[in-house]
Design a protein around this ligand. Structure first.
Ligand SMILES: [Zn+2]
Length: 404
């Protein structure tokens, strides 16, 4: 499993298709769509999966669209037909790109992505179905790398093991720190008045002055780091540079918005690829430790039924009472659930009628489809955890800490 995940990520580097950036912008766009006549499609097209192939995926898509059409009210049919043919055309044309096909189509828009990430087959008519996108963005979260030098800071946003965005900030060229590196000494001395500078102790005073300027520049980076969080949803960063510099840099930062989760000593020839692979290890270890802690807490507390619940039925109830504080789900979880078409209440698939409004108008959806929007509605954070962390937890696949 570990090997397979690695392979999947390596391939992504080669393609350099900036998957995570694309999926994030797709997610944001679909969040703002205000229509209930949108077709959402998630189709697994990975030909290496045994028992699946692309022809079968297309047949599944056609059949699913047909069964949706059969259930539609007359008033939706005209819009549906147009979207229907666009979708089949795109699926036929692009089915060999990527491991899956994600499509959203409605009046006036058609959006497609072909990521190297597995999805659960789904065709959904109504409001855009963004649960799986939400799930993927949480499962493959972005993190940041900051490469530190005295007069230059380089920022990298890493998503799915590739650089999805990078930029640089340089100390301004009228500071002594910049000039001492780029101009001959006699030019600097001629033009710059350094307070306290007399003959004899020049070197020490100049160095102290430079170091003050550098730290001032570094302190300034706090706002860029907060931008990493705002724009790219980065919560964790890894620092790289000379040891003495990364330590000092961290002291200069003044923010609780992101966490420094590790440091990588920079060798002269370190390539960005090497830095990413070291950072990836740090990020994974950080994630595993965090997941282990959360899961241990859930298991321990749920055993005595104090402030935590384990298992889909209990957790669904807890969420919809507004009492869940945080929810953990293993990455492999893919149970079938049902949602009430009238009030949106979500239940396990054995429900015959809505537990909330007793409507019999229920529709089937996977966990990946239904749980993320439910958690958004109740403002509960979603944590996708590795299925390697705990066998006890895996058996249930989902658990939650109580708010009260
Ligand atoms: Zn209901």
């Amino acid at each position: 499993m570990e090997e397979k995940v690695k392979d999947e990520k390596q391939q992504t580097i080669k393609r350099g298709d900036l998957t995570m950036l694309k999926l994030r912008s797709l997610f944001d766009k679909m969040m703002s769509v205000d229509s209930d006549q949108v077709m959402s499609v998630y189709l697994e097209t990975d030909p290496t999966v045994i028992g699946r192939n692309r022809a079968a995926a297309q047949i599944w898509l056609k059949d699913s669209l047909k069964s949706i059409r059969n259930d539609l009210p007359q008033s939706h049919l005209k819009d549906f037909e147009k979207i229907h043919s666009n979708i089949l055309e795109e699926a036929e044309y692009r089915i060999s790109d990527g491991k899956s096909l994600i499509l959203f189509s409605g009046t006036g828009f058609f959006e497609a992505a072909h990521p190297q990430i597995k999805v659960t087959n789904e065709v959904w008519w109504g409001k855009p179905s963004i649960g799986q996108l939400d799930w993927i963005l949480e499962e493959y979260r972005n993190y940041g790398i900051i490469k530190i030098a005295s007069e230059k800071i380089h920022y990298y946003i890493i998503g799915l093991n590739e650089v999805i965005k990078e930029w640089e900030e340089t100390i301004s060229s009228d500071t002594l720190a910049w000039q001492s590196k780029h101009l001959p000494p006699e030019n600097i001395m001629r033009e710059k008045a350094i307070p306290g500078l007399r003959g004899g102790d020049t070197k020490e005073i100049v160095e102290r002055h430079i170091s003050e300027e550098v730290q001032k520049f570094w302190k300034h980076c706090t706002s860029s780091i907060e931008a990493m969080k705002k724009q790219f949803h980065v919560n964790e960063i890894v620092l790289t540079g000379l040891d003495s510099q990364t330590d000092l840099f961290q002291k200069c930062l003044n923010t609780n918005e992101v966490t420094v989760i590790g440091k990588i000593p920079l060798a002269r020839e370190s390539s960005i690829k090497e830095i990413i692979s070291a950072a990836q290890q740090i990020f994974q270890n950080f994630e595993r430790t965090k997941e282990q802690k959360l899961i241990d807490k859930i298991i321990e507390r749920s055993a005595t039924n104090t402030s935590a619940s384990l298992g889909i039925k209990k957790v669904l109830k807890l969420i919809q009472e507004g009492r869940s504080n945080t929810v953990a789900i293993t990455n492999g979880s893919d149970k079938i659930l049902v949602e009430c078409n009238d009030c949106g209440y979500v239940m396990t698939k054995d429900a015959k009628e809505c537990l909330h409004c007793i409507s019999k108008n229920l529709r089937v959806g996977s966990m990946k489809t239904l749980i993320p929007p439910l958690l958004r509605k109740y403002k509960t954070p979603l944590n996708i955890v590795s299925d390697k962390v705990s066998d006890i937890f895996n058996k249930q696949g989902i658990g939650a800490l109580w708010r009260y």
